[in-house]
Design a protein around this ligand. Structure first.
Ligand SMILES: Nc1ncnc2c1ncn2[C@@H]1O[C@H](COP(=O)(O)OP(=O)(O)OP(=O)(O)O)[C@@H](O)[C@H]1O
Length: 317
């Protein structure tokens, strides 16, 4: 399948330790066509890093198959490594080297002739607005700059697939937005990209398709508009009280236009397609029951409501 950049079938990783058995990835099946920016979205511990680890040959799967750029990650890891670029979750630049040297060395390691490695390194630094920092030590870089250097380094040998594990984790909001622009540019140039993220907003902003993962399994996969359409397009109203609102949950469920209502602790969560009218009804019900509202949250149909509908749990970044 020449047009498929990444495909997995029943991919699994089980860790066994003294504290028990963890199914970090529990039978993952997905396909990423060439040229796509594909996102693995899930909360901490969902199995994203383990998945990226297996696709980049750092972690050996317990079971299942994965092919990246046409090569099998278990049978032919060397071919896979040659065809991919990887941006790790943490800064793993060589601190002994300058920015330019970090790129050049990686280029040479990937088999580029010295002149070509330098030309390509300078071109990438220019492209990522780091031209003036070529001679700087990596220890002098800010978090955002270091991330850009790591991306440039991962692209030096023109990989078929670029992997990024939580690329904007820990960056301030402005730096995150700058990095999104860079990733947009990389995608526009036709590069296949697979990234993991626990930021809904990031997946929503960047990805052609998203796999929502939790407990090592894909809950849903597709373009965001499709995911939104497949989960009912409900708005989620969350009303918080100073006590348990159990006494009004049945009445809330019976309101016309309410698709579901449930209580957790002091919160009442209501799914509806007619949020404005229902909110007024809920406020009235609360007053009649003598309940004091302390907070009201309205989440319109989004990736967040898709997650809520699929898992029944609120998404915690
Ligand atoms: N080497 C290991 N040994 C035992 N358990 C592990 C190991 N690596 C990961 N796990 C467990 O596997 C599960 C998935 O972890 P993973 O790091 O893949 O999740 P993640 O979605 O990338 O989360 P994070 O954003 O926190 O990195 C977690 O429960 C984690 O504790």
């Amino acid at each position: 399948m020449a047009d498929v950049a990444v495909e997995t079938s029943g991919l699994r990783k089980t860790y066994v330790s003294s504290s028990g058995v963890t199914e970090a990835v529990a039978g993952l099946t997905l396909q990423v066509p060439k040229g796509e920016l594909f996102g693995l979205l899930g909360p901490n511990g969902a199995g994203k890093s383990t998945t990226i680890g297996m696709l980049t040959t750092r972690i050996v799967p317990t079971d299942g198959v994965a092919r990246v750029a046409g090569a099998d990650v278990v049978r032919d890891p060397i071919a896979v490594k040659r065809r991919i670029g990887v941006v790790a979750q943490y800064n793993n630049l060589d601190r002994q080297l300058t920015v330019l040297e970090n790129l050049e060395f990686r280029g040479r390691y990937a088999g580029l002739p010295a002149k070509e490695a330098r030309r390509r390194a300078l071109e990438l630094l220019e492209r990522f607005s780091l031209g003036s920092r070529a001679g700087a030590r990596v220890t002098e870089m800010s978090g955002g700059q270091a991330q850009r250097v790591m991306i440039a380094r991962a692209l030096i040998h023109r990989p078929d697939v670029l992997f990024l594990d939580e690329p904007t984790s820990g960056l301030d909001p402005q730096t995150r937005v700058n990095l999104w622009d860079i990733l947009d540019g990389i995608r526009a140039a036709g590069q296949t990209v697979v990234l993991s993220t626990h930021y809904m907003e990031e997946a929503e902003r960047l990805c052609d398709r998203i796999a929502i993962v939790d407990h090592g399994a894909v809950l849903a996969c597709g373009p965001l508009p499709e995911l939104k359409a497949s989960a009912a397009l409900e708005t989620v109203l969350t009303l918080t009280y100073d006590e348990d609102p159990e006494k009004i949950v049945e009445q809330a469920r019976r309101l016309g236009g309410v698709r579901g209502a449930e209580v957790s602790d002091t919160r009442l969560r209501v799914l509806t397609q007619a949020p404005e009218g229902i909110l007024a009804d809920l406020v009235r019900l609360s007053q009649e029951a003598g309940l004091t509202l302390t907070d009201v949250r309205v989440v319109r149909p989004s990736l967040e409501t898709v997650f809520l509908t699929l898992t029944g749990r609120e998404y915690r970044e």
